[in-house]
Write a protein that binds this ligand. Sequence first.
Ligand SMILES: C[S@@+](CC[C@H](N)C(=O)[O-])C[C@H]1O[C@@H](n2cnc3c(N)ncnc32)[C@H](O)[C@@H]1O
Length: 261
Amino acid sequence: MSWFETAFGAHYPLLYAHRDAAEAAAAVGALERLAPLGGDPCLDLGCGAGRHLAFLARDRRQVVGLDLSMALLVAAGATAAAAGAALVRGDMRRLPLRDGRFGAVLSLFTAFGYFGPLREHAGVIAEIARVLRGGGHWYLDYLNCAKVRRELAAADAPRRWRESGPLAIGEERSLAGDRVVKQVLVRPRPGQAAAAAALGVPAAGLAYAEEVALFAPDELDALAAAHGLRRAAAAGGYAGESFADPEAPRWLLAYRREERS
Ligand SMILES: C[S@@+](CC[C@H](N)C(=O)[O-])C[C@H]1O[C@@H](n2cnc3c(N)ncnc32)[C@H](O)[C@@H]1O
């Protein structure tokens, strides 16, 4: 089983409980300012538990959320129903969606970079370009790779333990060449075995290593351009921080799909 099949189970939203609806609204607002998100329909690629769906559905007729994780799609059900969004189970490497269907595709909160070094993502980018119509945009909300690389190279990142609901979570990040690796241990807190089991966390706990690609912006630009996607705009965070700021909290990138011939 690949790490991303274990990591994005029913327990995942508790690991990132601070990544909430307010932050989702800020992310959608920031991307809308980057390049017009008018594209209808729009695809939330790797939608997880669906926290962005309501904000995407506010100004457009059709929103589709796609994810590989059945547990997270189930969690997204109520939000999607309220927003009138459709949910699809699928793999971003082989999208079960027809060519040129979408005006916008969004990869939000690092829903990208899971398949090894950046060059291994050509297939995902080809799929995004295939389902976008000419003039539509791909929006990527990613970690600031340069900052992550600098911080992890400068200091040891000790394992940190924290608690969320019935879970105790241990995390340790390190650099591994062109990837950042986070070793994750998730265990039931004392007396919380039943509640943790309901989230798919057994008494013995879950252990896995998240791996996310680190790259320079021009490497992504080149890979995207090879599939007809040209960078249109960039920002450094949800509050409109500058992309050029080395301390920018995030990388927000918008790529425009060339017209189809
Ligand atoms: C970091 S989470 C972000 C979720 C959501 N966008 C959010 O902001 O809450 C990444 C999402 O990508 C999904 N994912 C991982 N690998 C995938 C794949 N191969 N195809 C489709 N979705 C995938 C995960 O299940 C997870 O929901």
